[in-house]
Write a protein that binds this ligand. Structure first.
Ligand code: ATP
Ligand code: MG
Length: 491
């Protein structure tokens, strides 16, 4: 076998549906697949490779570590390593195959499976029999039902391939073959899985996050988005859009009937998303809702929301890929996709209507409650949407605010206490340095620093100054009270 860094030949089967596409559309699917494949390899630093196609098979010559990248491209059914053999006839072929797999069957029960395309004077069964005969003396016998090893051979015209070490791809359709969608992305367990399923069906998925409470949610959601995009969203440049919805949630909390708040919030998120979809040319929205999973997601509520939106003039298609899944299945997918650990850290936002949520919203009631939230707030939030690149930007870029003000302490930040020495010694944020000991703050150039003081004024001014020096400085909004709150202490 090839050594690390050497070239390996991969034989790739595309997912079942692609070969069934009509002659006219098939090339488009293959082009999209190839584009995504190249992107997947490129992102993992693999630049030296060659790809070609033979009928419904894709061949790839690339370094050994290419397999994991390929197995994450939508539209791919299976990736196998292959050894290419040339042969002069049936006997020659059988001999060469047997030679190359002899060690694999030693002491084990095996089966030979052969596929053949092209014109030959033998059938695939002939090949299987002949190879079987030659291997038999070296093995523990043939077992077609339940073999320990399967010897796979594919004969294609003048060449034959011995196939081994296969991994399953995700299946589905190649990226971008089904248009563009905007996935509502909280970063919790469900929405990344929903986005993944939409992507698996060939949609070019972009992500939309609403900041409902602390802007920390944008940072956490961005981390999930970034992992999802890096590993799975190939062949295009995915976007992570952040919309500051805090003025809307505030208006809901102040004006809307308690039991309708969650439902109103959901409806307004769809409205804002629809506006973005119109503006940016998305064909549909995607959400992580499943029937009956949360009280705001009862069938009645979902139906009432859609009816109300239609009345208010919104007609964007909403897709819900998780509709029929149980929570446990969704979690299992999240593990498989790789978003589980990061999603676990995403805090739930439930401050808007604790406990009491209607499970049977009425359309008229909902329309009435919706009218209590000024529409200009929604429009303004969409106008000010921030568009990020989850492959290039950092989680902190996703955090909203006036620039230097922040409402939480991000992971890994250096925290500096600007209050008096005495106050600092009485209590400070765990790990915070006192400003008198921090030295010349310009040494934090390129680093993230959070400053806090008594009320958040002095820290604001200093953070602004440090920004000019190239420090990613933030001022904690609300000063020491906010710090104590973040630590679960009474201010
Ligand atoms: P998730 O695990 O995706 O957070 P959930 O089970 O917690 O979902 P909800 O919080 O009720 O359920 O959200 C349902 C769906 O609404 C989410 O899957 C997502 O598509 C969308 N959504 C909820 N909150 C946000 C948000 N802050 N930003 C963007 N979309 C959101
Ligand atoms: Mg959630």
């Amino acid at each position: 076998m090839n050594e690390e860094g050497g070239e390996t030949l991969y034989l790739i089967s595309v997912a079942g549906e692609i070969p069934l596409k009509s002659h006219r559309t098939r090339p488009r699917f293959f082009r999209a697949l190839e584009k995504a494949l190249k992107d997947a390899l490129g992102r993992r630093g693999i630049t030296k490779f060659s790809v070609w196609r033979d009928g419904a098979r894709v061949f790839l010559k690339a370094p050994r570590n290419a397999r994991d990248a390929v197995a994450k491209v939508f539209g791919i059914g299976r990736v196998c390593e292959a050894i290419e053999l040339s042969f002069s006839g049936l006997d020659d072929l059988a001999r060469k195959v047997a030679e190359s797999v002899r060690e694999d069957v030693r002491g084990r029960r095996f089966a030979v499976r052969v596929k053949r395309t092209g014109t030959h004077n033998f059938t695939s069964l002939d090949v299987a029999r002949k190879v079987g005969e030659l291997l038999l003396p070296h093995s523990a016998g043939v077992n077609l039902e339940n073999p320990d090893v399967v010897v796979r051979v594919e004969v294609r015209g003048k060449a034959a391939y011995v196939i081994r070490d296969c991994v399953e791809g995700p299946g589905g359709l190649p990226p971008g073959t089904e248009g563009r969608v905007l996935a509502l992305f909280s970063g919790g367990f469900d929405s990344p899985v929903a986005a993944w399923f939409a992507a698996r069906r060939g949609a070019e998925v972009h992500l939309l996050h609403f900041v409902l409470g602390s802007s920390r949610s944008a940072e956490e959601a961005f981390k999930v988005a970034s992992k999802l995009a890096r590993e799975w969203l190939h062949g295009y440049s995915p976007r992570f859009i952040v919309v500051d919805f805090r003025r809307v949630t505030e208006a809901i909390a102040n004006n809307v009937r308690r039991d309708y708040r969650q439902v109103v919030l959901r409806a307004l998120m769809y409205e804002a998303a629809s506006l973005l979809a119109q503006r940016m040319g998305f064909d549909a929205l995607v959400t992580g809702e499943a029937i009956g999973q949360a009280s705001s997601q009862t069938l009645r509520n979902l139906a009432a929301i859609e009816a109300a939106l239609t009345t208010r003039g919104f007609r964007t298609l909403i897709l819900r890929p998780l509709l029929g899944m149980d929570k446990e299945e969704i979690m299992a997918w999240a593990r498989r996709i790789g978003t589980y650990e990061l999603s676990e850290k995403v805090a739930e936002y439930c401050a808007i209507a604790p406990s009491l949520v209607t499970t049977r919203a009425k359309v008229s009631g909902l329309l009435n409650e919706l009218s209590k939230v000024d529409e200009s707030l929604i429009k303004a939030s969409v106008r000010e949407a921030k568009v990020l690149n989850p492959l290039k930007d950092t989680p902190l870029d996703a955090v909203l605010g006036s620039g230097v003000e922040i409402d939480y302490i991000p992971e890994g930040a250096t925290v500096i206490d600007m209050r008096s020495r005495r106050e600092y010694e009485e209590w400070h944020y765990p790990g915070a340095i006192h400003i008198s000991e921090a030295g010349d703050l310009r040494r934090f150039r390129g680093k993230t620093v959070v400053l806090y003081c008594a009320h958040g004024n002095a820290s604001y001014l200093l953070a602004e100054m440090l920004r000019k020096e190239g420090v990613k400085a933030f001022s904690l909004k609300g000063g020491i009270k906010a710090v104590k709150k973040a630590c679960g202490l009474k201010p």
